[in-house]
Design a protein around this ligand. Structure first.
Ligand SMILES: [Zn+2]
Length: 376
Protein backbone atom coordinates (compact mmCIF):
# COMPACT_ATOMS: atom_id res chain seq x y z
CA UNK A 1 0.00 0.00 0.00
CA UNK A 2 1.63 3.18 -1.08
CA UNK A 3 -0.89 5.75 0.08
CA UNK A 4 -0.49 7.11 3.58
CA UNK A 5 -3.03 6.34 6.32
CA UNK A 6 -5.63 9.05 6.89
CA UNK A 7 -7.11 10.31 10.16
CA UNK A 8 -10.70 11.54 10.07
CA UNK A 9 -11.57 13.99 12.83
CA UNK A 10 -13.83 16.92 13.56
CA UNK A 11 -14.12 19.85 15.90
CA UNK A 12 -17.75 18.85 16.56
CA UNK A 13 -16.46 16.59 19.32
CA UNK A 14 -14.66 19.41 21.10
CA UNK A 15 -16.61 20.63 24.08
CA UNK A 16 -19.44 18.18 23.37
CA UNK A 17 -20.75 16.25 26.36
CA UNK A 18 -23.62 13.88 26.99
CA UNK A 19 -24.11 15.67 30.32
CA UNK A 20 -22.12 16.00 33.51
CA UNK A 21 -23.10 12.63 34.95
CA UNK A 22 -22.90 10.58 31.80
CA UNK A 23 -19.85 8.37 31.11
CA UNK A 24 -19.48 10.35 27.86
CA UNK A 25 -19.03 13.62 29.71
CA UNK A 26 -15.33 13.18 28.90
CA UNK A 27 -13.41 14.46 25.89
CA UNK A 28 -12.01 11.70 23.69
CA UNK A 29 -11.47 12.53 20.01
CA UNK A 30 -10.23 16.09 20.67
CA UNK A 31 -7.66 14.72 23.10
CA UNK A 32 -6.47 12.19 20.54
CA UNK A 33 -6.16 14.97 17.96
CA UNK A 34 -4.28 17.24 20.37
CA UNK A 35 -2.03 14.47 21.62
CA UNK A 36 -1.10 13.15 18.18
CA UNK A 37 -0.47 16.71 16.95
CA UNK A 38 1.70 17.42 19.99
CA UNK A 39 3.72 14.34 19.10
CA UNK A 40 4.11 15.44 15.48
CA UNK A 41 2.14 12.43 14.29
CA UNK A 42 -0.73 14.23 12.58
CA UNK A 43 0.49 16.37 9.67
CA UNK A 44 -2.17 18.29 7.77
CA UNK A 45 -1.75 16.01 4.76
CA UNK A 46 -3.02 13.04 6.76
CA UNK A 47 -5.91 14.80 8.48
CA UNK A 48 -9.36 14.85 6.90
CA UNK A 49 -12.24 16.84 8.36
CA UNK A 50 -15.28 14.64 8.74
CA UNK A 51 -18.37 15.73 6.85
CA UNK A 52 -21.75 15.48 8.54
CA UNK A 53 -23.82 12.76 6.87
CA UNK A 54 -27.03 13.97 5.29
CA UNK A 55 -30.26 12.53 6.66
CA UNK A 56 -30.88 10.69 3.37
CA UNK A 57 -27.52 8.91 3.69
CA UNK A 58 -28.41 7.79 7.21
CA UNK A 59 -31.53 6.05 5.95
CA UNK A 60 -29.33 3.40 4.39
CA UNK A 61 -29.71 1.80 7.85
CA UNK A 62 -31.93 4.01 10.00
CA UNK A 63 -35.63 4.69 9.53
CA UNK A 64 -36.65 8.14 8.25
CA UNK A 65 -38.96 8.53 11.26
CA UNK A 66 -36.08 7.97 13.65
CA UNK A 67 -33.75 10.37 11.84
CA UNK A 68 -36.48 13.01 11.90
CA UNK A 69 -37.03 12.43 15.62
CA UNK A 70 -33.31 12.71 16.33
CA UNK A 71 -33.03 15.98 14.40
CA UNK A 72 -36.12 17.34 16.13
CA UNK A 73 -34.76 16.40 19.56
CA UNK A 74 -31.58 18.38 18.87
CA UNK A 75 -33.55 21.34 17.54
CA UNK A 76 -36.08 21.36 20.39
CA UNK A 77 -33.69 20.39 23.18
CA UNK A 78 -36.15 17.79 24.41
CA UNK A 79 -38.43 14.92 23.48
CA UNK A 80 -41.98 13.85 24.19
CA UNK A 81 -42.71 10.74 26.22
CA UNK A 82 -43.86 9.07 23.00
CA UNK A 83 -40.54 9.76 21.27
CA UNK A 84 -38.65 8.58 24.34
CA UNK A 85 -40.55 5.32 24.37
CA UNK A 86 -40.41 4.74 20.63
CA UNK A 87 -36.86 5.87 19.84
CA UNK A 88 -35.11 5.68 23.23
CA UNK A 89 -34.06 9.32 23.04
CA UNK A 90 -33.98 11.37 26.21
CA UNK A 91 -33.15 8.37 28.41
CA UNK A 92 -30.34 8.10 30.95
CA UNK A 93 -28.18 6.23 28.44
CA UNK A 94 -29.12 8.30 25.41
CA UNK A 95 -29.78 11.77 26.75
CA UNK A 96 -30.82 14.90 24.96
CA UNK A 97 -27.70 17.03 24.51
CA UNK A 98 -26.86 19.99 22.27
CA UNK A 99 -25.09 18.08 19.46
CA UNK A 100 -27.13 14.88 19.68
CA UNK A 101 -27.76 14.79 15.92
CA UNK A 102 -24.74 16.69 14.57
CA UNK A 103 -22.17 14.72 16.51
CA UNK A 104 -23.27 11.17 15.60
CA UNK A 105 -24.07 12.32 12.05
CA UNK A 106 -20.47 13.53 11.83
CA UNK A 107 -19.15 10.20 13.10
CA UNK A 108 -21.34 8.50 10.49
CA UNK A 109 -20.24 10.93 7.79
CA UNK A 110 -16.65 10.02 8.65
CA UNK A 111 -17.23 6.31 8.22
CA UNK A 112 -19.14 6.86 4.97
CA UNK A 113 -16.35 9.13 3.68
CA UNK A 114 -13.81 6.50 4.75
CA UNK A 115 -15.49 3.97 2.50
CA UNK A 116 -15.03 6.37 -0.42
CA UNK A 117 -11.42 7.11 0.49
CA UNK A 118 -10.75 3.37 0.62
CA UNK A 119 -12.07 2.70 -2.88
CA UNK A 120 -8.62 2.06 -4.28
CA UNK A 121 -7.17 0.67 -1.06
CA UNK A 122 -5.54 2.05 2.05
CA UNK A 123 -6.00 2.62 5.75
CA UNK A 124 -8.37 5.14 7.32
CA UNK A 125 -8.85 5.89 11.02
CA UNK A 126 -12.09 7.43 12.30
CA UNK A 127 -11.76 7.45 16.08
CA UNK A 128 -15.09 9.26 16.46
CA UNK A 129 -16.77 6.22 14.90
CA UNK A 130 -17.39 2.77 16.31
CA UNK A 131 -20.93 3.39 17.59
CA UNK A 132 -21.79 -0.27 17.26
CA UNK A 133 -25.00 -0.41 19.32
CA UNK A 134 -27.14 1.92 17.18
CA UNK A 135 -30.33 0.31 15.87
CA UNK A 136 -32.46 1.19 12.84
CA UNK A 137 -35.21 2.99 14.76
CA UNK A 138 -33.71 3.79 18.13
CA UNK A 139 -30.71 4.88 20.10
CA UNK A 140 -29.01 2.17 22.11
CA UNK A 141 -26.12 2.10 24.56
CA UNK A 142 -24.93 5.73 24.06
CA UNK A 143 -25.12 5.21 20.25
CA UNK A 144 -27.65 7.30 18.33
CA UNK A 145 -26.55 6.14 14.89
CA UNK A 146 -24.56 3.13 13.75
CA UNK A 147 -21.55 4.37 11.80
CA UNK A 148 -19.90 0.94 11.43
CA UNK A 149 -23.00 -0.35 9.63
CA UNK A 150 -23.25 2.81 7.50
CA UNK A 151 -19.56 2.56 6.58
CA UNK A 152 -19.91 -1.09 5.63
CA UNK A 153 -23.00 -0.31 3.54
CA UNK A 154 -21.05 2.49 1.83
CA UNK A 155 -18.33 -0.03 0.99
CA UNK A 156 -21.03 -2.31 -0.41
CA UNK A 157 -22.40 0.55 -2.51
CA UNK A 158 -19.04 0.66 -4.27
CA UNK A 159 -19.23 -3.01 -5.15
CA UNK A 160 -16.99 -4.21 -2.33
CA UNK A 161 -18.65 -7.41 -1.22
CA UNK A 162 -16.57 -9.36 1.30
CA UNK A 163 -16.19 -7.42 4.51
CA UNK A 164 -14.67 -8.60 7.77
CA UNK A 165 -15.65 -6.75 10.95
CA UNK A 166 -13.59 -7.25 14.08
CA UNK A 167 -14.92 -5.74 17.32
CA UNK A 168 -12.50 -5.41 20.25
CA UNK A 169 -14.81 -3.33 22.45
CA UNK A 170 -15.77 -4.68 25.89
CA UNK A 171 -19.41 -4.83 24.76
CA UNK A 172 -21.03 -6.99 22.09
CA UNK A 173 -21.76 -5.27 18.75
CA UNK A 174 -25.50 -5.91 18.82
CA UNK A 175 -26.36 -3.16 16.31
CA UNK A 176 -23.87 -4.40 13.71
CA UNK A 177 -25.04 -7.96 14.24
CA UNK A 178 -28.65 -6.87 13.77
CA UNK A 179 -27.82 -5.69 10.25
CA UNK A 180 -25.40 -8.32 9.01
CA UNK A 181 -26.50 -11.58 10.68
CA UNK A 182 -26.85 -14.23 8.01
CA UNK A 183 -24.91 -12.26 5.40
CA UNK A 184 -22.64 -14.80 3.65
CA UNK A 185 -20.24 -12.04 2.59
CA UNK A 186 -19.68 -10.62 6.06
CA UNK A 187 -17.54 -12.08 8.81
CA UNK A 188 -18.19 -10.49 12.22
CA UNK A 189 -15.90 -11.34 15.10
CA UNK A 190 -16.63 -9.90 18.53
CA UNK A 191 -14.65 -10.34 21.73
CA UNK A 192 -16.60 -8.93 24.68
CA UNK A 193 -17.05 -9.29 28.41
CA UNK A 194 -19.33 -12.15 29.44
CA UNK A 195 -22.54 -11.30 31.32
CA UNK A 196 -22.35 -7.61 30.53
CA UNK A 197 -24.84 -5.36 28.77
CA UNK A 198 -26.27 -5.82 26.11
CA UNK A 199 -26.14 -9.54 27.06
CA UNK A 200 -26.10 -10.64 23.42
CA UNK A 201 -23.27 -12.32 21.53
CA UNK A 202 -23.26 -15.66 23.33
CA UNK A 203 -20.69 -18.25 22.36
CA UNK A 204 -23.44 -20.23 20.64
CA UNK A 205 -24.73 -17.21 18.69
CA UNK A 206 -23.37 -17.65 15.18
CA UNK A 207 -25.20 -14.64 13.73
CA UNK A 208 -26.71 -16.81 11.04
CA UNK A 209 -23.30 -18.11 10.03
CA UNK A 210 -21.74 -14.64 9.77
CA UNK A 211 -20.42 -14.31 13.29
CA UNK A 212 -17.91 -15.62 15.77
CA UNK A 213 -18.75 -14.44 19.29
CA UNK A 214 -16.29 -14.83 22.12
CA UNK A 215 -17.56 -13.76 25.52
CA UNK A 216 -14.58 -13.48 27.87
CA UNK A 217 -14.42 -13.54 31.68
CA UNK A 218 -13.57 -10.61 33.90
CA UNK A 219 -9.91 -9.76 34.08
CA UNK A 220 -9.03 -10.62 30.48
CA UNK A 221 -5.24 -10.14 30.26
CA UNK A 222 -2.81 -9.44 27.44
CA UNK A 223 -1.64 -13.04 27.23
CA UNK A 224 -5.21 -14.21 26.80
CA UNK A 225 -5.89 -11.55 24.18
CA UNK A 226 -2.78 -12.59 22.27
CA UNK A 227 -4.02 -16.19 22.30
CA UNK A 228 -7.42 -15.03 21.00
CA UNK A 229 -5.88 -12.90 18.26
CA UNK A 230 -3.40 -15.55 17.13
CA UNK A 231 -5.60 -18.64 17.36
CA UNK A 232 -8.92 -17.20 16.25
CA UNK A 233 -9.05 -13.68 14.88
CA UNK A 234 -6.07 -13.63 12.51
CA UNK A 235 -6.68 -17.06 10.96
CA UNK A 236 -10.40 -16.35 10.60
CA UNK A 237 -9.88 -13.02 8.86
CA UNK A 238 -7.06 -14.38 6.68
CA UNK A 239 -9.19 -17.34 5.68
CA UNK A 240 -12.11 -15.10 4.77
CA UNK A 241 -9.94 -13.07 2.38
CA UNK A 242 -11.89 -9.85 2.90
CA UNK A 243 -11.91 -7.07 0.35
CA UNK A 244 -12.32 -4.68 3.27
CA UNK A 245 -11.75 -4.93 7.01
CA UNK A 246 -13.39 -2.80 9.67
CA UNK A 247 -11.86 -2.86 13.16
CA UNK A 248 -13.84 -1.42 16.07
CA UNK A 249 -11.22 -0.46 18.62
CA UNK A 250 -13.21 0.44 21.71
CA UNK A 251 -10.92 1.29 24.61
CA UNK A 252 -13.24 -0.01 27.32
CA UNK A 253 -11.56 -3.42 27.55
CA UNK A 254 -8.57 -1.70 29.14
CA UNK A 255 -7.94 -2.17 32.82
CA UNK A 256 -8.62 1.45 33.88
CA UNK A 257 -12.01 1.64 32.23
CA UNK A 258 -14.81 2.30 34.73
CA UNK A 259 -17.60 0.56 32.81
CA UNK A 260 -16.19 -2.92 32.31
CA UNK A 261 -13.99 -5.37 34.15
CA UNK A 262 -11.45 -6.47 31.58
CA UNK A 263 -7.75 -5.85 32.18
CA UNK A 264 -5.93 -5.32 28.90
CA UNK A 265 -3.08 -2.90 28.36
CA UNK A 266 -3.34 -0.62 25.36
CA UNK A 267 -0.51 -2.57 23.74
CA UNK A 268 -2.85 -5.53 23.38
CA UNK A 269 -5.09 -3.42 21.15
CA UNK A 270 -2.17 -2.05 19.16
CA UNK A 271 -0.78 -5.52 18.58
CA UNK A 272 -4.15 -6.75 17.29
CA UNK A 273 -4.48 -3.77 14.97
CA UNK A 274 -0.94 -4.17 13.65
CA UNK A 275 -1.53 -7.83 12.87
CA UNK A 276 -4.92 -7.23 11.24
CA UNK A 277 -4.03 -4.39 8.88
CA UNK A 278 -2.04 -6.52 6.40
CA UNK A 279 -4.95 -8.94 5.99
CA UNK A 280 -7.11 -6.71 3.77
CA UNK A 281 -6.46 -4.18 0.99
CA UNK A 282 -8.83 -1.68 2.61
CA UNK A 283 -8.88 -1.13 6.36
CA UNK A 284 -11.15 1.17 8.37
CA UNK A 285 -10.25 1.48 12.04
CA UNK A 286 -12.87 2.98 14.36
CA UNK A 287 -13.06 4.03 17.98
CA UNK A 288 -15.89 2.83 20.19
CA UNK A 289 -16.34 2.67 23.95
CA UNK A 290 -13.85 4.03 26.43
CA UNK A 291 -14.77 6.02 29.52
CA UNK A 292 -11.52 6.96 31.24
CA UNK A 293 -10.27 10.08 29.46
CA UNK A 294 -6.60 9.21 29.90
CA UNK A 295 -6.78 5.59 28.88
CA UNK A 296 -8.92 6.38 25.83
CA UNK A 297 -6.63 9.16 24.60
CA UNK A 298 -3.46 7.13 25.12
CA UNK A 299 -4.94 3.99 23.55
CA UNK A 300 -6.31 5.72 20.48
CA UNK A 301 -3.21 7.85 19.97
CA UNK A 302 -1.27 4.59 19.99
CA UNK A 303 -3.66 3.06 17.47
CA UNK A 304 -2.83 5.95 15.15
CA UNK A 305 0.89 5.49 15.81
CA UNK A 306 0.45 1.83 14.88
CA UNK A 307 -1.37 2.66 11.64
CA UNK A 308 0.86 5.55 10.63
CA UNK A 309 4.16 3.94 11.61
CA UNK A 310 5.27 6.16 14.48
CA UNK A 311 7.42 4.89 17.34
CA UNK A 312 5.83 5.50 20.75
CA UNK A 313 8.32 7.27 23.03
CA UNK A 314 8.96 5.95 26.53
CA UNK A 315 8.29 9.36 27.99
CA UNK A 316 6.15 12.04 26.40
CA UNK A 317 7.60 15.41 25.41
CA UNK A 318 6.29 18.37 27.45
CA UNK A 319 3.68 19.51 24.90
CA UNK A 320 2.10 16.06 24.81
CA UNK A 321 2.25 15.68 28.58
CA UNK A 322 0.47 19.02 28.89
CA UNK A 323 -2.45 17.68 26.84
CA UNK A 324 -2.91 14.79 29.26
CA UNK A 325 -2.38 16.93 32.37
CA UNK A 326 -5.05 19.28 31.09
CA UNK A 327 -7.77 16.63 31.36
CA UNK A 328 -10.12 16.36 34.30
CA UNK A 329 -12.56 13.64 35.30
CA UNK A 330 -15.37 13.76 37.77
CA UNK A 331 -15.38 9.99 38.31
CA UNK A 332 -13.07 8.19 40.71
CA UNK A 333 -11.88 11.56 41.93
CA UNK A 334 -10.62 10.12 45.20
CA UNK A 335 -8.39 7.57 43.53
CA UNK A 336 -4.84 8.61 42.73
CA UNK A 337 -4.14 9.29 39.05
CA UNK A 338 -0.98 7.36 38.19
CA UNK A 339 1.84 9.51 36.80
CA UNK A 340 2.02 7.22 33.78
CA UNK A 341 -1.38 8.56 32.65
CA UNK A 342 0.31 11.93 32.06
CA UNK A 343 3.84 11.00 31.03
CA UNK A 344 3.45 7.95 28.78
CA UNK A 345 1.32 6.59 25.99
CA UNK A 346 2.14 2.88 26.31
CA UNK A 347 0.85 0.94 29.31
CA UNK A 348 2.95 -1.69 31.01
CA UNK A 349 2.01 -5.11 29.58
CA UNK A 350 -0.55 -7.01 31.63
CA UNK A 351 0.39 -10.62 31.07
CA UNK A 352 -1.14 -13.50 32.98
CA UNK A 353 -2.27 -17.10 32.68
CA UNK A 354 -4.55 -18.17 29.85
CA UNK A 355 -7.50 -19.44 31.83
CA UNK A 356 -9.41 -22.60 31.06
CA UNK A 357 -12.55 -20.65 30.06
CA UNK A 358 -10.59 -18.94 27.31
CA UNK A 359 -8.99 -22.14 26.09
CA UNK A 360 -12.31 -24.00 26.13
CA UNK A 361 -14.16 -21.28 24.23
CA UNK A 362 -11.41 -20.98 21.64
CA UNK A 363 -11.65 -24.74 21.15
CA UNK A 364 -15.33 -24.26 20.29
CA UNK A 365 -14.80 -21.30 17.93
CA UNK A 366 -11.60 -22.20 16.10
CA UNK A 367 -13.24 -25.03 14.11
CA UNK A 368 -16.03 -22.63 13.08
CA UNK A 369 -13.77 -20.07 11.49
CA UNK A 370 -13.87 -19.75 7.70
CA UNK A 371 -11.56 -22.07 5.84
CA UNK A 372 -8.90 -20.48 3.72
CA UNK A 373 -10.32 -20.08 0.25
CA UNK A 374 -8.17 -20.84 -2.71
CA UNK A 375 -6.67 -17.70 -4.18
CA UNK A 376 -8.59 -16.67 -7.26
ZN1 LIG B 1 -18.17 -0.74 24.88
Amino acid sequence: MTRVPLFIGSEVYRGSSYGAWHPLAIPRVPTVMDLTRALGWLPAAQYVTSPRARPAALTAFHTPAYIAALQAAERDGGVSAAVRDRHHLGTHSNPVYPEMFRRPATAAGGSILAAELLRGGGVVYNPGGGTHHGLPDRANGFCYLNDPVLGMLALRAQGIRRIAYVDLDAHHCDGVAARFAGDPEVLMISVHEDRRWPFTGALEDRAGGAGLNLPVPRGLNDTEMRAIVDALILPAVAGFRPEALVVQCGADALEEDPLSRLALSNGALWRAVAALVPLAPRVLVLGGGGYNPWSVARAWAGVWATLAGHAVPDRLPPEAEAVLRGLSWTRQRHRPRPEAWFTTVADRPREGPVRAEIRDRLAVLVPRRPRRRAAS
